[in-house]
Design a protein around this ligand. Structure first.
Ligand SMILES: Cc1cc2nc3c(=O)[nH]c(=O)nc-3n(C[C@H](O)[C@H](O)[C@H](O)COP(=O)(O)OP(=O)(O)OC[C@H]3O[C@@H](n4cnc5c(N)ncnc54)[C@H](O)[C@@H]3O)c2cc1C
Ligand code: SF4
Length: 587
């Protein structure tokens, strides 16, 4: 192994979280090296308008995703089972290369609600401690809405997020999400124009007394130049959005909003096609000294650094901490240890509506255009006597129906032949769906650990996921999907098909890439891994940033909060840590 000269900062992973921190610390004048497992990606070359609308390449063959032969996870539903490796991605679609999963994300950019950051305290105050089901291990985040809000603002300004503020500095405005916390500034760009499906849904929801709002979206609605000086163009609803890169510089990602500015800085260097193997610590275990990585030629290197930032997505953040023996591995039997605990997912539900006489032009769409309601999300409704906690964001977001994958047909249609063809023809234009992306609450037996049986090409154990849906979440799914079905019925379709999440978690169908937890934030080192600055307890020059820090998952998409946490960590390093290196909070 060859040893390189020491740098001020090494950042592992150049997706949203890593790129933001690298940019903020490079602006501080520090020498920053970013190490990225996948290739360098660039809009003009990789997402060229002439080649990017290739469903076979990007959706079926998963061009932008991590190759499972390089690294994958093993999965099981409970600790008594033997986990097996995922050999193709199904359930989730991890990214690889500069920009990370932010290249092929959809762009829905919610802020979490103020209560979320003190969820356990909030629910206890409202319903009493006994109302929290025994199976759940909910926690407060150790931070507050007031501390998060300025950093949500920073992320939205970098991403050019489009939307309509319902609560602007305390001024309540009709037309936005009435459940959103108070904002210190408006969305940087106005809401996107709405296609037909979301418009119909919003009318129906309004007629039932709900308050529909445009889904906040990091697909910009007009030309926009962000605070880093990077310009984006308005979305054209091309319909090749989720799972694709954007040819149009309209979908915010690290490669469209951060890296163009970062790459101009002489004190930043990116190593691509280089996989970090381990975070190194000194003999005390309380100081990170750098990382080791392997390059595309198979050579191993040591990169020493004063400050180490891990931003390698939920799974790899946790795996690197376990492999580097940082923190104590969680044990569900003894309930001891913090690395790996509080892993959660998202509970995906939906209702499909088949009409006879409507034309939705489903090929027009974008990953994050749509209308939603939040009356049945999180704790926005009274849960007394319902037997569950949590809820979901109900919305219509037509992502664009590409030619191979989109074939909506009613149940019991034959799977091939002339009847199937007729059903496709009859339903392609006139079908829409209402989704309900719902919360996932943590349990004692849902956790991440190193697999004892399977390893990657370098001989290191794969990450093992032990997960099944909590009973709480399955009850919530039934209830919320019932509410969606009521709205759907009021729209008078020929037929509706409701699909609440049910049964065991299955890694085969795609559900959501919103995997959270495993290296969570909190105020108590015995139940959390990082403090509210994303600084690892007991290893003050190490920060682990991403959705791995969420103690549970609300009924929202995570990336607005991932971006806000990245800015929050960078702010703490710039304003407190660099002035007085060491623990910023003592337990
Ligand atoms: C299809 C899809 C749709 C989505 N839609 C939405 C949405 O609408 N709204 C929303 O909020 N979220 C959405 N998400 C989730 C969103 O993409 C993630 O929350 C976000 O990308 C997380 O950013 P990150 O920087 O933490 O991780 P990533 O974007 O995954 O970046 C991590 C980077 O680290 C690199 N890396 C990993 N391990 C190593 C290693 N050992 N050494 C070096 N580098 C490493 C990876 O290659 C990657 O580039 C979606 C995700 C997918 C896949
Ligand atoms: S729908 Fe809009 S943001 Fe998405 S890829 Fe097309 S132009 Fe880009």
């Amino acid at each position: 192994m060859k040893k390189l000269p020491k740098t001020d900062v090494v950042v592992i992973g150049l997706g949203w979280a890593g790129s933001i921190i690298a940019k903020e610390l490079a602006d501080e004048g520090l020498e920053v090296i970013g190490i990225e497992r996948g290739p360098w990606r660039d809009t003009a070359r990789d997402f060229n308008v002439a080649t990017v609308t290739d469903e076979l390449r990007y959706v079926m063959r998963e061009e932008l995703m991590l190759r499972t032969r390089q690294n994958t996870c093993t999965m099981r539903n409970n600790p008594s089972q033997t986990a097996l490796p995922m050999r193709t991605w199904g359930s989730f679609h991890p990214g690889n290369g500069t920009g990370g999963a932010g290249n092929h994300w959809a762009g829905i950019t919610f802020r979490f609600q103020p209560e979320e950051f003190r969820l356990k305290s909030h629910l206890t105050e409202r319903y009493g401690a006994n109302a929290i089901p025994d199976e759940l291990v909910l926690q407060d985040w150790g931070t507050t809405w007031e501390e998060m809000e300025p950093h949500y603002m920073q992320f939205e300004r970098v991403a050019g997020t489009s939307g309509y503020a319902a609560n602007l500095n305390g001024e309540k405005r009709a037309g936005g999400n009435p459940f959103e916390g108070m904002r210190s500034g408006d969305y940087p760009t106005p809401p996107l124009r709405q296609p037909y499906g979301p418009t119909l849904f919003a009318e129906a929801a309004k007629n039932m007394g709900y308050q529909p709002f445009p889904v906040p979206s990091s697909l910009v609605s007009e030309a926009y130049t962000n605070p880093y000086g990077v310009t984006m163009g308005p979305c054209t609803f091309c319909g090749f959005c989720t799972n694709y890169g954007c040819a149009n510089y309209s979908k915010a990602s690290a490669i469209t909003t951060v890296l163009p500015a970062l790459m101009r800085k002489e004190n930043f260097t990116a190593y691509t096609n280089c996989e970090v193997l381990e975070v190194l610590t000194d003999s005390s275990g309380k100081k990170a000294t750098g990382v080791t990585y392997i390059d595309s030629s198979g050579d191993k290197w040591e990169q020493p650094a004063d400050l180490v930032i891990v931003a390698a997505f939920t799974f790899e953040n946790v795996r690197l901490m376990l492999l580097s023996k940082i923190g104590e591995a969680y044990d569900p039997v003894t309930n001891r240890g913090t690395t790996g605990r509080n892993y959660a997912y998202q509970t995906a539900n939906g209702v499909t509506l088949f009409f006879d006489n409507k034309n939705f032009n489903p090929f027009i769409g974008a990953g994050a255009v749509g209308m939603g309601i939040d009356e049945f999300n999180n704790d926005n409704f009274d849960h007394s006597g319902l037997g569950f906690l949590g809820g979901g964001s109900i919305r219509v977001t037509p992502i664009g129906s590409a030619p191979i994958g989109y074939r909506p047909v009613p149940p019991n249609t034959p799977k091939w032949g002339s009847q199937w063809k007729r059903a496709v023809k009859d339903n392609y234009l006139s079908t829409m769906s209402i989704g309900c992306e719902a919360s996932s609450y943590t349990t004692r037996t849902n956790y991440l650990s190193l697999d004892p049986n399977y390893s990657d090409p370098h001989g290191r154990p794969l990450l093992r996921i032990t997960f099944d849906f909590a009973e709480n979440d399955l009850k919530m799914a039934q209830y919320c999907t019932g509410k969606v079905a009521e709205i759907a019925q009021s729209m008078n379709p020929r037929q509706i098909v409701a699909k609440p999440m049910s049964g065991h978690w299955n890694s085969v169908p795609y559900q959501s890439s919103h995997v959270v937890g495993g290296f969570i934030m909190g105020a108590d080192p015995s139940t959390s891994s990082v403090n509210k600055h994303l600084q690892v307890w007991d290893v003050p020059n190490l920060f682990v940033v991403g959705a791995s820090a969420f103690p549970q998952n609300p009924g929202y998409n995570p990336t607005g909060t991932v971006g806000a946490l990245a800015f929050k960590a960078a702010h703490a390093i710039r304003h407190y840590y660099l002035k007085r290196p060491g623990e910023m909070i003592t337990a």
